[in-house]
Unconditional design. Structure first.
Length: 719
C-alpha cells in the first residue's frame, strides 16, 4: 500500500517518487515570566517535586519536559560541551533496552535520574551518572493493539509533575507513576474507545493538569485533546477537533462553526483530526496550542465530505483552564494527502518587521514553514522548506493555500504523486530552535507518495480506512522503478531562518527518517541518523565536528543535562516507526538501519564501548515454487496492500522490525499460514486474527501472492 519517497531538489515539480508511507522568548522578560509561573504553579509538590514554574523555566542542568521548556525549543543552555571540544565526546554509559522496536522517546532528567519510555509504552528510570536501572514499569499493553497502530508500538516520552511520572499507553490509557518507585498511582482509559484509538505522544503539564491526545486518523477516530487532574486523574476538559453527529447536537460553538465546513456523513468514520504529537502549554498567553491530523478517510469521496473540514490539519489554541476555543490556523485545507499538522509547535520571541513578536513556529508535513502570532493565531509568514506540489500558492496576507487541481485525485479521477507524501516533509521527529543563532533545525524528509482514490470503497472492521486504491499505491516489484524511487528518496537536516523564511545551511542524507535534533548554547546541533550514527554540527554553519557509529538507526531526538560539573548528551537508538515497518524496500536506504535498541549517554572523555553487534540472522530467501493462479495473486495483492503492508512492508519486503514474509517458513504451508492469519495463533506477538475481514481462501490468496513475490526477488538475485 503506501509508499513514500523524497526528492531533494528545490524545484517544485521534479522528481517523483514513491516510497513508503504510510502511513506520522523571549517576549516577556524571563524574570517576570518566571515569577508569574511560580505564582501559578498549582498544587505540586513535596520537596524535590517538579513545579509548573520549574517546567516552564527549567534549571539549565535539567530537562523536565518533552521539549525541555514551555517553548518546546529543545535548546540546552549548557556550554561545557561546545564547538571547541566536542571532538572529545565519548560514550559515558549505555543501557540495552528489552524491546527491539522503534524508539522515539526523549529522556527527561530530574534530580539525577533519567526517565525514558521505550516501545510498548514501558517506562524506565536510570541513575543519570552511572546508568544503573532504578526501576522499570510495564503497562502490559495487549500485543494485539499493534493492529490498530499506524506506525509501530512506539512512545515518545513521559511528563514529570510533583512527585509523579505520567505516560500515555498504546492502548489508550493515561498512567501516573510514583517517581521514586515506578509504582502505579492511578491509571485510566482516556480515549473514547480502545478499538479505534492509540496513544504514542508524550503528555504535557499545564498548571496541575496532564494534557494528552491520541492517534487514530487512519482508522475511525474523532480527534480530541483532553486535560486531567494530575492528582486524581479526573477529566477537567476535552476539546474535540472535529464535529460529531449533528443530530446529537454540538458540544460547543466551536463545533457548530466547524460543522459548517463539512458535508456528507463524516462522523460515521470518526472524522479524524487526531492530536497525536504536539501539545504546547504557553504560560505567557495561558493558551494550549496543538496540532491536528488529517480528516478521514484521506480520500474524501466515500464520506461525501467537501470543504475545509475544520479543525483538521490545523494549529488550534484553547484556554488552558477551560479548553475553550481561542483560535485556529488551518495549514492544509481540504486535506486528502494525510498532511497532519501534528509536528511539534515551538514558541519564540522574534524581531519581525522591527517589532518583537511572541510567535509559534511550525514545520508540518505539508512542507511549509509557518510563523503565527502565538496569542492570536494571526498569520505572519510561510515559505516552503521542502519541495511541494499540493499547493500552487500561499496567500501572503492570510496564509491560505490554493490547491493544485491536479492534486485532487479524487475529483480528477487520476492518481497523483504528491510531494511531500504521507510521511511528510517533517513529522514528529523533533526540531530544535537556538535563540543564539536564531535558526530552527528541521529533520526533513524529501519523499513523494502516490495517491489514488479507491472505487466503490467501503470501510471495514480492521486496517487502514484511507480509501486509497492499493493496487496503484503499492511499491512496484520492477527493480528499475524501485531504483528510481529509491534514488529520489532522501533526507536532510535543514537549518532554517524563521524571520527571513529561508534555508541557511543543510546536511544532506542518503535516506529519510533521520533523528530529531538538539540545539545547545555550545554552538552545536546534535542529530542521530538512519545510517546508524550520532553526530554534532556547528549550529551557525552546519560544519560536522564529531560523530560516532551506534550500530542502529536513530529516529529519536537527543537531550542534554549536567551533573557534577560534566555535561551529558543522551539519545535513544532503535530504528523503527513507520518508515521501517511500512517499507522494507526503503528501510536500508541509508545503510545499517537495523534495530539494536539502546539508551546511549555521552560525555567528554567518555570511554565506554558498545559490544560487537550480534550477527544479522537474516533468513535465506528460499520460497516454495509458485503454483498459484493469477486470480489468487490479484486478490492476494489487494488484500496484502490493505491489511498486511502496514507491518510487513511494501511489496512483501519486510524491514528490520517485523518478519519478512518472503523469508518465513509459514509460506511453505497453507495450513500454517491460515493458522496465523485466520486462527490468530500468533496474537501474543501482535499478529492478530484477520477473520473479521478475511476468509481462509483470502489467506491462501495472500500466501500465493507472497510466494510469487519471493520467487520474483530470488530470480533477481536476492539472497
Ligand atoms: Ca495521519
Amino acid at each position: 500500500m503506501p509508499c513514500q519517497s523524497i526528492d531533494e531538489d528545490t524545484s517544485k515539480t521534479t522528481t517523483i517518487i514513491w516510497g513508503v508511507l504510510m502511513r506520522f522568548d523571549r517576549c516577556l522578560p524571563a524574570l517576570l515570566a518566571a515569577l508569574l509561573l511560580t505564582a501559578c504553579a498549582g498544587p505540586s509538590s513535596s520537596p524535590g517535586g517538579v513545579t509548573q514554574g520549574m517546567i516552564s523555566n527549567p534549571p539549565e542542568d535539567e530537562w523536565l519536559s518533552y521539549g525541555r521548556d514551555s517553548n518546546e525549543q529543545r535548546f540546552s543552555p549548557l556550554t561545557l560541551v561546545n564547538d571547541a571540544n566536542v571532538g572529545q565526546l565519548g560514550l559515558a554509559w549505555y543501557a540495552d533496552l528489552d524491546t527491539a522496536r522503534g524508539q522515539e522517546a526523549t529522556p527527561l532528567l530530574h534530580d539525577r535520574v533519567l526517565y525514558v519510555t521505550t516501545a510498548w509504552s514501558m517506562v524506565k528510570a536510570y541513575d543519570a551518572k552511572t546508568g544503573a536501572l532504578k526501576w522499570s514499569y510495564d503497562p502490559k499493553v495487549p500485543r494485539e493493539t499493534l493492529q490498530r497502530a499506524c506506525c509501530d508500538a512506539v512512545n515518545r516520552g513521559v511528563a514529570l509533575y510533583g512527585d509523579r511520572i505520567f505516560v500515555g499507553t498504546l492502548d489508550g490509557r493515561l498512567v501516573a507513576l510514583d517517581k521514586a518507585s515506578g509504582h502505579e498511582v492511578w491509571s485510566k482509559v482516556v480515549v473514547p474507545n480502545q478499538q479505534d484509538y492509540t496513544i504514542t505522544g508524550a503528555p504535557r503539564i499545564a498548571n496541575g493538569m496532564v494534557l494528552i491526545g491520541s492517534a487514530g486518523s487512519e482508522y475511525k477516530a474523532r480527534g480530541s485533546l483532553a486535560a486531567f487532574d494530575a492528582s486524581t486523574g479526573a477529566e477537567k476538559w476535552r476539546f474535540y477537533t472535529v464535529p460529531g453527529d449533528p443530530s446529537k447536537g454540538f458540544e460547543s460553538d466551536a463545533m457548530a462553526t466547524a460543522a459548517k465546513t463539512w458535508s456528507g456523513d463524516w462522523w460515521t468514520l470518526g472524522g479524524g483530526g487526531t492530536v497525536w504529537d504536539s501539545i504546547t502549554y504557553d504560560p505567557v498567553t495561558h493558551l494550549v496550542l496543538f496540532g491536528t491530523g488529517n480528516p478521514e478517510p484521506w480520500n474524501p469521496a466515500p464520506s461525501g465530505r467537501s470543504g475545509d473540514n475544520l479543525y483538521t490539519a490545523s494549529v488550534v489554541a484553547v484556554d488552558a483552564d477551560t479548553g475553550k476555543y481561542a483560535w485556529h490556523f488551518q495549514e492544509t485545507p481540504e486535506d486528502r494527502w494525510d498532511m497532519d499538522s501534528d509536528a511539534q509547535i515551538t514558541l519564540a520571541d522574534l524581531k519581525i518587521g522591527g517589532e518583537l513578536r511572541h510567535v509559534a513556529l511550525h514545520a508540518p508535513k505539508n512542507g511549509f514553514f509557518y510563523v503565527l502570532d502565538a496569542k492570536t493565531g494571526q498569520f505572519i509568514s510561510a515559505s516552503a522548506f521542502a519541495p511541494q506540489n499540493w499547493a500552487t500558492s500561499v496567500d501572503a496576507k492570510t496564509g491560505r493555500a490554493t490547491l493544485n487541481p491536479d492534486a485532487q485525485y479524487d475529483k480528477k479521477g487520476t492518481p497523483f504523486v504528491g510531494l511531500p507524501g504521507a510521511v511528510g516533509a517533517h513529522s514528529w521527529h523533533a526540531m530544535s530552535y537556538s535563540p543564539k543563532t536564531g535558526l530552527v533545525y528541521i529533520p526533513a524528509n524529501l519523499a513523494g507518495f502516490p495517491y489514488a482514490a479507491a472505487k466503490d470503497w467501503k470501510s471495514s472492521a480492521m486496517g487502514y480506512q484511507n480509501a486509497q486504491d492499493p493496487s496503484v499505491v503499492a511499491m512496484p516489484a520492477d527493480p528499475t522503478v524501485r531504483a528510481k524511487i529509491l534514488g529520489a528518496t532522501v533526507g536532510a537536516l535543514v537549518a532554517w531562518d524563521p524571520v527571513a523564511q529561508h534555508e541557511v545551511w543543510r546536511v544532506q542524507y542518503q535516506g529519510p527518517w533521520n533523528g530529531g535534533t538538539l540545539a545547545t548554547a555550545g554552538n552545536l546541533v546534535f542529530q542521530g541518523n538512519a545510517a546508524g550514527e550520532i553526530a554534532a554540527f556547528t549550529a551557525d554553519k552546519g560544519g560536522k565536528l564529531w560523530s560516532m557509529p551506534v550500530q542502529s538507526g536513530v529516529i529519536a531526538a537527543p537531550m542534554a543535562y549536567s551533573l557534577d560539573g560534566e555535561q551529558y548528551v543522551a539519545v535513544l537508538a532503535g530504528w523503527g516507526g513507520v518508515w521501517d515497518v511500512a517499507t522494507g524496500v526503503l528501510h536500508d536506504k541509508s545503510g545499517g538501519a537495523r534495530n539494536i535498541s539502546r539508551l546511549l549517554v555521552f560525555k567528554l572523555g567518555g570511554t565506554a564501548t558498545l559490544p560487537a553487534p550480534p550477527p544479522l540472522d537474516k533468513l535465506p530467501l528460499d520460497p516454495p515454487p509458485f503454483r498459484g493462479k493469477p486470480a489468487q495473486v490479484t486478490q492476494g495483492a489487494t488484500l496484502y496492500a490493505r491489511y498486511c503492508f502496514p507491518c510487513h512492508g511494501d511489496a512483501a519486503v519486510g524491514g528490520a522490525v517485523n518478519p519478512d514474509l518472503r523469508r518465513s517458513a509459514m509460506i511453505n504451508n497453507a495450513s500454517a499460514f491460515k493458522a496465523a492469519v485466520i486462527d490468530g495463533v500468533l496474537s501474543q506477538n501482535g499478529m492478530v486474527s484477520f477473520q473479521p475481514v478475511m476468509t481462509a481462501d483470502d489467506a491462501e490468496s495472500i500466501r500465493q501472492y507472497v510466494v510469487k513475490r519471493a520467487n520474483e526477488d530470488k530470480r533477481l538475485g536476492e539472497k
